[in-house]
Design a protein around this ligand. Structure first.
Ligand SMILES: [Zn+2]
Ligand SMILES: [Zn+2]
Length: 673
């Protein structure tokens, strides 16, 4: 079916119709008359897809559906790939087009507004797009519904997004005439000889933009303006102050509604807010951004997390090790961290004649332990586990509560084994991860197997055979547990393939946590060896693995997952003892001391508040159980029990309550049943 271009050369005259050969994605080529718009071509190739398409890629280049295809190069069929809804690319086009719609509405309502930039946001969980504007008067939150209504009006009128290619001089003239100095500045900086500008026909809006956009405004059906913020032109405080209007857009109203519900829920659960309210941790400017102070109530939770993990490490025959936070600079040269990871490391510090650097990872430390003596195959596997604190020079703009910090502790482990052992070790790591994540209440776990990509410009260490074997072993580890996983090409580290764990939290958000990684690199760099059965030296296989990942981040995820209402075994205070009057205080102290003897964490509220206030207070602190004690309870040696979600669950003897509470803790129960 190739060779359709012959027609063009025979017909010669530009205006005459010829045929060109087009293909949908990688499908078969088809002959259609040209010139033809992308929309028409798509319609001929696949009516259904044509209807859904928002834009398209033609021979790899993103274009509008109205773009005209008039010829094919080198006789190859013109490849048309529709940009469809429910893809990231589609969302980008939708949100970017909605940003234009926003600008058109602002210009319509506030003539004389100067426009900055208006990109789509795809990675930001809070917003979907913004437009920076300088309106003739400062906009307020009260303007947002008015602007949104105007956007709906324009959307309904179904106006086309029209592209025009003009000379740079012409573009500058147009935007000068419109008194848009910021746009002129952009055109000056970015434009080539010709400039593409976009109109929304029937509105006063023109933008300097590469596109693509949706064909018509009625493709924009589900959008919402969210907030206003201050912004500087190009982020520069010396430049004009602008207002940034944030919004988001989705393909359907259902998606938008679900997103709004999730956002409200996420705000309520924000770990920074709950961390303050529940007195769990703080990050203070005076101590340094990204450095976490764990308060007593956060500290007790961390201790539970670590105790549980250490118990499991011992049960699974790991050795627990401790290593320093700082090491000689030369070590980081040998390990390759300085070369490959130097930007993320704190600068060297000098003592006497030696330079040192804070550790960004624990791996070389554990290698030091392995190398401290000659190893025989009989000693393997060696499994070293450590709550290893590391430091990374993250830029202040990227820091976020506990989720992204500069000092954190990894539940790190490194396994050194023979090639024959590695498959079993990976089985066990996957198993371990599964059990740990379940114990913390994550039952939706997503596994990803990241492997080498086909991109030959990217450096990968190790032979093709190494990679294939390692991938097969890791896949088998997942298959053996009946775990479904996604295979992701090109996402592996340069030194080996890896398995990542992601969990879905209570409101459906995915969080990346731990990882199991094969390493073809460090055993070489450090010349690791063991003596095999053949009495000859061999290179051991090294596996890095972390299950929580960063303990700080895992804690942040836990706070948000549970909205601060931790299960009994993690709750900082497990039982609040609430005497109704002062007469009961002594009995209350006796009850508390009995429970503490059984290992429970108990608070007694002997303040002279009314019982209602005491209950409310305990409720706000999300304490799992409250024991309300009055004369009757004291006389009968009982406790009246309230559970934080169920309320009053009746009176019982102190022993009965103690038995139930300790069982919930011992079994690490996730609910208070
Ligand atoms: Zn645009
Ligand atoms: Zn490591």
């Amino acid at each position: 079916m190739k060779g359709g271009s012959i027609g063009i050369s025979l017909l010669g005259a530009k205006s005459s119709m010829s045929e060109i050969s087009v293909q949908l994605n990688n499908g078969p080529a088809a002959q259609i008359p040209a010139p033809v718009t992308v929309a028409e071509a798509l319609k001929k190739l696949d009516r259904d897809l044509a209807k859904q398409a928002l834009a398209a890629r033609v021979n790899g280049r993103e274009v509008d559906l109205a773009h005209t295809i008039d010829e094919q190069a080198n006789g190859d069929a013109v490849k048309i790939e529709p940009v469809l809804p429910a893809t990231l690319e589609g969302l980008d086009v939708l949100r970017h087009s909605t940003a234009h719609l926003l600008a058109a509405a602002v210009l319509d309502l506030f003539p004389g507004t100067k426009l900055g930039i208006g990109p789509a946001l795809l990675e930001d969980p809070r917003y979907g797009f913004f437009y920076d504007v300088i309106a003739p008067r400062a906009l307020t939150e009260a303007d947002l519904p008015v602007i949104e209504k105007k956007m709906r009006d324009i959307a309904k009128r179904n106006m086309p997004y029209r592209r025009d290619e003009i000379s740079k001089a012409e573009a500058l003239r147009i935007f000068n005439e419109r008194d848009e100095p910021l746009k002129c500045e952009l055109i000056d900086e970015k434009a080539g000889e010709t400039v593409s500008v976009y109109y929304i026909d029937g509105s006063p809006f023109i933008d300097f933009c590469l596109g693509p956009h949706v064909p018509n405004t009625n493709r924009l059906k589900a959008f919402k303006l969210l907030s206003l913020a201050g912004a500087y032109w190009k982020g520069d405080a010396e430049r004009p102050q602008m207002q940034r209007i944030y919004g988001t857009a989705f393909f359907t109203q259902e998606e938008l509604d679900a997103w709004i519900r999730q956002r409200e829920e996420a705000e309520k659960r924000d770990h920074r807010k709950l961390g303050r309210e529940l007195d769990l941790f703080s990050i203070q400017e005076d101590y340094g951004q990204g450095l976490v102070l764990w308060h007593p109530k956060g500290g007790i939770i961390r201790q539970q997390m670590e105790d549980y993990l250490r118990e499991e490490l011992v049960r699974r025959n790991y050795s627990i090790v401790y290593t320093p936070h700082i090491a000689k600079r030369d070590l980081w040269k040998v390990s390759g961290h300085e070369e490959n990871y130097g930007d993320s490391m704190f600068a060297p510090t000098k003592l006497e004649e030696t330079e040192f650097r804070l550790k960004p990872m624990n791996c070389p430390m554990h290698i030091g332990i392995y190398k401290s003596q000659q190893r025989s195959y009989r000693d393997l596997p060696q499994r070293y586990g450590e709550m290893g604190t590391v430091y990374r020079a993250e830029l202040s703009g990227t820091l976020h509560g506990l989720m992204r910090v500069r000092g954190f502790t990894v539940d790190d482990a490194h396994l050194f084994c023979t090639p024959e052992q590695v498959q079993q070790e990976i089985f066990d790591c996957v198993d371990f991860a599964y059990e740990v994540l379940k114990t913390f209440g994550f039952d939706k776990i997503k596994f990803e197997l990241s492997v080498k990509g086909s991109d030959t410009s990217k450096l990968y260490l190790g032979s093709e055979e190494d990679w294939q074997k390692a991938e097969a072993e890791m896949a088998a580890g997942l298959d053996a547990r009946g775990i479904e996983y996604e295979r992701i090409e090109g996402e592996a580290a340069f030194y080996g393939p890896k398995i990542d764990f992601k969990v879905e939290d209570a409101i459906g958000r995915l969080w990346q946590l731990g990882t199991v990684q094969r390493d073809f690199n460090l055993p070489e760099r450090f010349q690791l060896e063991y003596i095999g059965e053949d009495n000859k030296p061999h290179r051991p296989v090294m596996v890095h693995r972390a299950l929580f990942g960063s303990i700080e981040r895992f804690f942040g995820v836990l706070i948000e997952h549970y909205a601060g209402a931790f299960p009994m075994w993690l709750a900082p205070v497990q039982v609040a003892v609430l005497p109704i009057t002062d007469r009961i205080n002594e009995y209350a102290e006796k009850v508390a001391s009995e429970l503490r003897k059984a290992g429970l964490r108990v608070d007694v509220n002997v303040r002279s508040d009314k019982i209602g206030a005491k209950i409310r207070d305990a409720q706000l602190q999300k304490i799992p159980f409250m024991l309300v004690l009055g004369d009757r309870e004291m006389e009968e040696d009982k406790v009246a029990v309230r559970e934080r979600t169920k309320g009053d669950i009746g009176a019982m003897s102190l022993d009965e309550f103690k038995e139930m509470a300790t069982r919930l803790v011992k079994t690490r129960a996730l609910t208070n049943q």
